[in-house]
Every structure is written in structure tokens, then in C-alpha cells.
Write a protein that binds this ligand. Sequence first.
Ligand code: ZN
Length: 411
Amino acid sequence: MIKRVLMLICDGLGDRPVKELGNKTPLEAAKTPNLDKLASGAECGLMHTLGRGFTPGSDTAHLTIFGYPIDKYYSGRGPIEVAGLGLKLEGGDVALRGNFGTVDENMMIKDRRAGRILEVEPLTKAIDGMEVDGIKFIVKPGTAHRAGVIMRGEGLSGNIIDADPHVPDVPIRTVTPTDDTKEAKHTAEVLNKFLLKAHKVLKDHPFNAERVKDGKLPANFLLVRGGGQYISLPSFKERYDLTSCCIAGGGLYKGVAAFLGMDIIDVPGATGLPDTDIEAKFKTSLEKLDSYDFVFTHVKAADSLSEDGNWEGKRDFIEKIDRAAALLTNLPDDVMLVVTADHSTASEMKAHSADPVPIMFYGGGGESIRIDKVTEFNERACAKGGLGYIVGLDVMPQIQNILGTLHLVGA
Ligand code: ZN
């Protein structure tokens, strides 16, 4: 009987046939004996994560796979990234992510990342907890020049434009509302006041004076973007009665997991880049199955490589995933392994696409899962699988069904 779940999401794994690869997709062209062995003992299918005809972003795709409909729970990148920094959000908060940048005395942006400053904690500390018109601003450092900001108080809205114009050598952008509500207007006004007030503190901060003395750019303005209002949601534990953790290199994925209340496990060598130590991630994933019911493991680089149009690099990275997947071919019988992707990334387009992704449910040692006749893990082989075509919101119910935790409908 299956009791525990390891979900491996290979970002952007699906692709389209590439002429240079003999009209195979990178996944078809890659030598993947271990993934194929797993597929031979699995029920397979294809998944339109957000439904047919929708091109998923990584954030919306992951939320959907974990069973959180995006029309109900998604309100932009801000809340997810801020959750990933370890900040606890409350219903009604507006969360933004941002960069510490450099502006001159005319408020022209000289550098959006303040010369790629490596540490901003002394600066976030100086403005954390500031209040403007009854709204509290919670500011915490992210990696390098990045920071997360929470606006907390009554009558806020996430419907505002970014303060970050996304290019240098232009004036800072005044935040404006994107709808006519008084909440959006109020939020924009308060945020503009805060950004200027914070600028006054930052420009005179000894940490920046020191930087200027060393010939570096001062980090004197917070360029915020991705504003979204946090909507309270049930945690993964509340939703499924499963304890869960996340093993990922990329900040966005840790953010999604933290957003759902999963524990974040840091693995040395997990970089989110092609050089990432996949074996270390898989080893830790297997260890964590002793203390968690559900382990979410994310591997990023197949997506980034196809966004660069590098189908050979993607093929080679998939082979690297496969070598590490040897560790997953001897699972205890009470563990189910789900392998899939959040979306396809078409190397020919260098962008995410709406093409469905392969998915397999493996485990049980031959029991519990209806193993089908698919013997390879790739886009076209999985099209012949027992699951047929599913959508992202089918994944968790499928898992609950195997675990025996679905409720009876009717009598
Ligand atoms: Zn993705």
C-alpha cells in the first residue's frame, strides 16, 4: 500500500521535435535508461497543466499541480517570492519583490541593481517596520540586490503598476493604480510616499557612504515590482493531511512551496543551474521520505537551456537527470514517484509553450498502480499511456486516490 510520495518536477522538460535532433524532442533524443525503466513500471500520460491552449508560467503551473486553482489563489509573483524569503503573509497584505538600485539627485536610475550589490541587510534593517498613513512596511533582504516588501494594513489592493521601469537611465516611475478603486489608489499613494521616505533614509545611510567612498554605487532606491495581494489559503497539510517539504535550487520554486506551507530543505550543490548536483538532491529526497509524507523535488535547468535555444544542452542535461535517477529505481514499495514537468519549453521558440508534458506515476512494486504498456519516458511514448490526457488539477486527486484518502461521493 502506497503511503508516501516523491514528486519530481523537471522544469520545462517537454519540447517540440527539433530537426537537428532527427526530428526528436530533446527528451526523446536523450538516452534515458533509468527514466525508461521507471516508465515501464508506471502508469503514464500527458498533462496540459493549465488546460489545453494555455501556456503556463512556472508559478501558475506549480500551484495548479499542487491542486490550488490559480483563479482562486494566484495574485502575482510578489506574494510567492516574499513567502520564499521566509516572510509570513497575512490575508490582505500586499507583497512586492524588488531590487536595491541607484538613483542620482534628479531621481534618474543609474543602475537597477546598485552595481550588483551583494548584501543589502544593513539597508533593509534601516527601513523595515516603517509606517506611512497607517500602513506598515516589512522589508527583508533576498539574495544579492533583491528584497521582499510587505505592505500591511487596512484597505490595500494589489492592482498597481511596478515602480521599476525595468531599464536604467530613466526617471523612477511613480506607482499608479490599474483600476478605479479607492483601495488601489490608496495603495499606490502610500507606496510612493514610502519609497521616497525610504530613499531619504537610504541615501544618507553610513553603509552607502562607505560604498561611495570605495568607488561603488550607493544602493539608495528600492525598485519594487510584481505587487500582489495575498489571499489566505489552506496549507498543503490542511488540504491533504500530508506533511511536505521542498528540495529546489531556484528561488521561485522554494517560494511556491513556502507559500503552501511546505518546509524548505537546502541541499549543498543545488544551484538551479546546469551544474547542479542532482544526485545530492535525489539522495536528500529519499532521506526526507523518512520524515515527510510528500517530498517535492525540483530540477530547473532543462527549462533555462531551452529558453536559450540550446536543445543539445537540454538533451545532455536530461541525460544528467537520468543518471541521477538510478537512485530512484529501487524505491520502497510504499513510496510513489511522480515524474513530470510544469510545462513544455520549446527550444525553437526559446519560450514556454502550451504543448502537454509527459507524466508518470510509479511505485507500489507492481501493486496499486495500473502499469500500462509505455516503456519510454517521453512526450510521444507517454501519449499512449493509461492516464491519457490529464490537466494539472488532476494530479493531486490522482495521488489522493492511490493513497486512499479521497472521500466517497454519494452513498
Ligand atoms: Zn517552469
